[in-house]
Design a protein around this ligand. Structure first.
Ligand SMILES: [Zn+2]
Length: 395
């Protein structure tokens, strides 16, 4: 069956949130004419809402009676599929999407005393809790028919092994190998499947478990590559280094066009260098970084060409957040998770790279305690990533 993006305004076939395209069937005639939505169950499941919510929403918006019998969801009157799809978009916008990060993985939470309830959307992605429009008629219906508690809870109970909580809440690993050279390692695929392997982190960081290094010839190639990289990149602390120049220029030109920035990188002769990303992450953005990053995704996609580039970008953002005079309020506002969500959804960061970053405190870019704080502030996103994974495993 045809699927569409839950956000139909997102024209990206790799957008990860899909739902079946809403189907309609007109039945009966005269006063008894009605529109059946045969796949309402499936659509609602994709939205993590009971199927009665969007059905009732259609009814309120169209001023029509609705009914449900034997899993058939019906709106009285003859309604065109396009019209109902538009109304579904409106429902998604009002009752599903997080207004803060536009992610659809939210839950409706009802709090407060009977008669004075408060309804909020609780976002699994960025952690934001945002109020629903209490004036909408659907609110009363939701209060009387609250979402079934914790279907997700049973899923969580079923899964074994390392849970999101264990990963995120557990002690973070201080990566002893992180003295500046591990991240300059070869561009080989990650040594594991993203499951943090405590105890063997140093091996993993050094890529020892990667078969490529067991082949002596290959190992030689890799080490030559490494030493070459060390030579090009050793000069980055120098104030005259092209990276420092780029950083200073970005500070002064935060509103530069993407093409100007690329031009500057070319002028400095550092096209393709991963350390460009450290400067971009650190100096191009301000305290409003969470809203600025979505406007720079095209630039970041162009610049971020390998895993190493991704790590450098994360390092740059770490510096930005940790050295901001408003560090504490930034870190407690969900900013880190919002940045990561944007970068992840726009295919700038790979899942494995973010996971490894999230579980490995490093003093490469900022002091160890700051590095730890920044990672802690990304908890909502990292947890969401684990849960999203578990759900696809279940299917
Ligand atoms: Zn959100």
């Amino acid at each position: 069956m045809a699927t569409v993006n839950i956000r139909r305004d997102v024209d990206d076939k790799f957008y990860r949130y899909k739902m079946p395209l809403l189907q309609t069937k007109i039945e009966g005639r005269g006063n008894g004419i009605k529109t059946v939505v045969p796949n309402m169950e499936d659509v609602a499941r994709a939205l993590n809402r009971p199927p009665t919510y969007p059905t009732k929403f259609f009814g309120y918006e169209l001023g029509a009676q609705t009914s449900e019998a034997n899993e058939r969801y019906i709106v009285n009157g003859a309604h065109q599929a396009d019209r109902l799809r538009e109304l579904l978009d409106a429902f998604i916008d009002k009752f599903v999407l997080c207004p803060s990060c536009k992610n659809p993985e939210t839950e409706i939470i009802i709090s407060g005393k009977s008669g004075r309830e408060d309804l909020t959307r609780d976002c699994k992605a960025c952690g934001a809790q945002t109020p629903l429009d209490m004036r909408h008629k659907l609110i009363t219906y939701i209060i009387k028919n609250p979402p079934k508690a914790k279907e997700k809870g049973t899923k969580k109970g079923k899964r074994g092994g390392m849970t999101a909580e264990a990963n995120v809440g557990g002690p973070m690993v201080f990566d002893a190998a992180t003295n500046g050279d591990d991240e300059d390692g070869p561009d080989t695929p990650p040594a594991d499947n993203g499951v943090p392997t405590r105890g063997t982190d140093i091996d993993a960081a050094l890529g020892r478990s990667d078969p490529i290094l067991e082949d002596p010839d290959q190992a030689e190639v890799v080490s030559k590559k490494l030493s070459k990289l060390d030579v090009d990149d050793d000069d980055d602390d120098d104030a005259d280094s092209p990276y420092s120049v780029l950083g200073a220029w970005l500070e002064d030109n935060k509103s530069a066009e993407d093409t100007e920035i690329i031009g500057k990188v070319k002028d400095l002769g550092i096209v393709g260098k991963h350390k460009v990303l450290v400067e971009v992450g650190h100096h191009l953005f301000t305290n409003s970084v969470a809203t600025e990053v979505p406007k720079r995704t095209a630039l970041l996609q162009v610049l971020c060409t390998s895993e190493k580039h991704q790590k450098s970008l994360l390092g740059g953002f770490e510096r930005l957040l940790a050295y901001s005079p408003e560090c504490d309020s930034l870190l407690s506002s969900g900013t880190t998770s919002k940045i990561l969500m944007t970068l992840y959804q726009d295919d700038i960061l790979d899942e494995e790279v973010v996971r490894n970053w999230g579980t490995h405190v490093s003093k490469k870019y900022v002091e160890k305690d700051k590095s730890k704080k920044v990672r802690k502030s990304a908890e909502a996103f990292l947890k969401w990533l684990d849960e999203a994974d578990d759900e696809s495993d279940d299917e």
